[in-house]
Design a protein around this ligand. Structure first.
Ligand SMILES: Nc1nc2c(c(=O)[nH]1)N[C@H]1C(S)=C(S)[C@@H](COP(=O)(O)OP(=O)(O)OC[C@H]3O[C@@H](n4cnc5c(N)ncnc54)[C@H](O)[C@@H]3O)O[C@H]1N2
Ligand code: MOO
Length: 637
């Protein structure tokens, strides 16, 4: 039997970080910084080793700040509307464009708009000029030999401009730390390869490489290695001799083929294995050949976060930059968050303003859901000694990058192709609008609206029962508006090349047909159950009746992958996946919004998108959707 490591003597995050940084100080001699001289134009993200002083002033001559005529302002004194004056070109006045040097005898510029040209050699002015008006002084931007960049500055695009403007074309920067990234796992395949069950596209190393590049380090991505103790061991041994830092991805937990900790122990010293964080708890670090080795958990969010929490501070240390506190923004939490005592949990959130209050909306907590990082604006921490955070309390959101939450508009409801098209169209046609969807069932989606934890809610109802459903909505919330998004046919979808096994409703009871249901209290379920009753089929005879899938897209994916034979989706989704379709009934897919949110500029922009022919055309291409009432207010209270 394979030996497993049962690890997880988890230590708190701050203790773990302290250990790593202490070991950095002990193992890396950073007193003599290694530097190199590179062209300024290529210095983005690099850190300069020494102070840089300007070679020349900028501007380095008196320059006109406007298009016009340069004058000695004395000749204009006393001039006014009633007392205009003519000036001779080439004697009293000289034409200049913005940026031109002004003649020695001049000390002001009159804008061309304030000049009347009488003839080729004469102009008229009607206003006096003040000394040095519209003239850029020598050194207005930069004075020669002034400090342009103090040592230890990470270079941004503006710095590149400032340096070049000051006459500097080359700069001495610190050598970047070279960070080797080794993905491990026999299940990994290269991006773009043919997918098979059990095979995973290797992308963690690519994500981490780009994080490191952004932080100013130099990533070296190594080819993936299969789960083989000796192969990984040899590779780690070689990499630790060659590079400044070594990251081993995956193999960190308790699986039979999780070798990372044993390899580090074998080659050097394991500092710790297991940190009290979630995701990322099996993270470990060690020292091999006087180099720090970080064992990064394989789940993509754990890998992303592990790298952010441990690799970024190390890269900063190498570059002599402070190990910075992240930028935070305060927002109100929209739901209770339960978390396990004894672990610091990192929750991805989306920011949106609801009723003029900035809210933090928690996203998926799964360690495998990289999408939740993509869609998030940042994360909040649930402290180690807390069992959770309360709804409506203020939390600090650590910002991921540049966020423009003013654009964000949050919808709750079912994920689906109509939302995706709307989001894309909104982004294409309104650069002030960014839609986000939080997947919730019909009734939770309305609850979210009621509790002001969403800007608007997508609500599905059966067309024949429109009145009843409207009652549900309006009993729940005051002052709302319902707008139709589309009407859709719902029905059973199936592969048409299934060897004639499934063609009609009656085939559902056959032994070799596997069905997937939709959850209780969805309209898909209701329509299906009604149909079964009508044609007298006992649901107990249907294989898979009790298994459910939340979204139509999810169902279609399962059918496409041949995990199931039949499921309930909209006709549009069936068309999109090229599936056969048997209708069960018709649904309204509506947007429900409060009167207050309806009036916001953002929603009005969205309404324009919904009503646009571009959006409707995109729906029409898929077919199966009825857009007759799209964008119409169908109810207002
Ligand atoms: N019995 C236990 N099982 C697990 C535990 C535990 O405590 N006891 N911990 C879980 C936690 S928490 C995490 S996180 C993961 C860590 O897993 P490993 O570091 O051992 O990595 P793998 O098992 O090989 O992979 C996990 C997951 O991530 C995918 N993966 C791996 N590498 C990549 C890559 N380069 N690019 C994209 N995706 C990658 C891999 O295919 C797996 O799906 O362990 C839990 N299990
Ligand atoms: O703690 Mo593991 O890192 O997500 O799920």
């Amino acid at each position: 039997m394979q030996k497993r490591n049962i690890y997880l003597d988890k230590i708190p995050l701050d203790e773990a970080l302290e250990k790593v940084l202490d070991n950095f100080d002990n193992n890396y001699q950073m007193s003599e910084t290694i530097t190199e001289v590179i062209p300024v134009e290529e210095a983005l993200g690099r850190v300069n080793a020494k102070a840089v002083f300007a070679q020349n002033a900028s501007p380095h001559y008196y320059a006109s700040a406007m298009d016009g005529v340069a004058v000695d302002v004395e000749v204009t004194f006393g001039v006014s509307d009633r007392n205009s004056k003519e000036l001779i070109i080439g004697e009293d006045a000289f034409f200049v464009d913005t940026g031109d040097p002004i003649p020695k005898e001049c000390n002001g510029v009159i804008m061309i708009e304030d000049v009347n040209q009488i003839n080729a050699s004469t102009i008229e002015i009607t206003k006096a000029a003040t000394p040095w008006q519209h003239v850029r002084n020598i050194g207005e931007d930069i004075i020669a030999s002034e400090l342009i960049l103090s040592a230890n500055t990470q270079i941004d695009p503006a710095e590149i401009g400032g340096l070049l403007g000051a006459g500097i074309t080359e700069i001495e920067v610190k050598k970047q730390p070279e960070v080797a990234i080794l993905p491990t796992g026999s299940e990994l395949i290269e991006p773009g390869s043919q997918l098979k069950s059990g095979k995973i596209i290797e992308y963690n190393s690519r994500v981490i490489a780009n994080q490191i590049r952004k932080w100013g380090g130099k990533p070296i991505r190594i080819d993936k290695v299969k789960d083989d103790f000796n192969l990984i061991r040899e590779e780690v041994k070689y990499l630790s001799q060659k590079y400044d830092l070594v990251l081993i991805i995956a193999g960190s937990s308790a699986g039979s083929e999780d070798y990372t900790s044993r390899i580090i122990e074998d080659l050097g010293e394991l500092l710790f294995h297991g940190v009290a964080i979630k995701p990322g708890k099996p993270l470990m670090t060690g020292i091999v050949d006087e180099k720090i080795v970080v064992g990064i958990p394989g789940y993509p969010v754990s890998a992303y976060l592990g790298s952010l929490l441990f690799v970024k501070p190390l890269v900063n240390k190498f570059l002599g930059l402070p190990v910075n506190q992240p930028l935070t923004i305060e927002a109100e939490l929209t739901q209770n968050l339960v978390s396990k005592l004894g672990q610091e949990e990192f929750i991805r959130v989306k920011l949106t303003e609801i009723n003029e209050v900035l809210k933090a909306v928690p996203l998926s907590r799964g360690a495998g859901v990289i999408n939740s990082v993509m869609k998030s604006d940042g994360f909040i921490r649930v402290p180690v000694l807390s069992q959770g955070l309360r709804k409506n309390t203020n939390v600090n959101v650590e910002i991921k990058g540049e966020v423009d939450y003013k654009k964000n508009l949050l919808l709750t409801g079912e994920k689906g192709i109509v939302f995706d098209l709307l989001k894309d169209q909104a982004k294409l046609s309104q650069d002030k609008l960014e839609l986000h969807l939080k997947q919730l069932d019909n009734s939770s989606s309305l609850d979210a609206l009621k509790e002001q934890s969403t800007n608007l809610s997508i609500f599905k109802s059966i067309c024949d029962k429109e009145g009843k459903n409207r009652e549900i909505i309006t009993n729940e919330i005051q002052q709302i508006i319902i707008i139709n998004l589309i009407k859709a046919n719902l029905g059973l979808a199936f592969k048409t090349n299934n060897g004639e096994r499934f063609n009609s409703l009656e085939d559902l009871v056959q032994d070799n047909i596997l069905f997937i249901n939709r959850p209780k209290e969805t309209i898909e379920r209701e329509l299906f159950d009604n149909k079964l009753q009508k044609i007298n089929i006992n649901d107990k005879l249907i294989d898979g009746y009790k298994r459910t899938e939340n979204t139509g897209l999810g169902v279609a994916n399962l059918i496409k992958e041949e995990m199931v034979d039949v499921g309930i989706v909209s006709q549009g989704v069936a068309n999109l996946f090229g599936l056969g379709f048997i209708p069960l009934g018709r649904a309204n897919i509506d947007l429900v919004i409060t009167e207050f949110e309806f009036k916001t500029d953002k929603f009005q922009l969205l309404l324009e998108v919904i009503k646009s022919t571009e959006f409707k055309d995109r729906l029409t291409v898929i077919a199966g959707y009825d857009i007759e009432k799209t964008g119409e207010i169908i109810y207002r209270k």
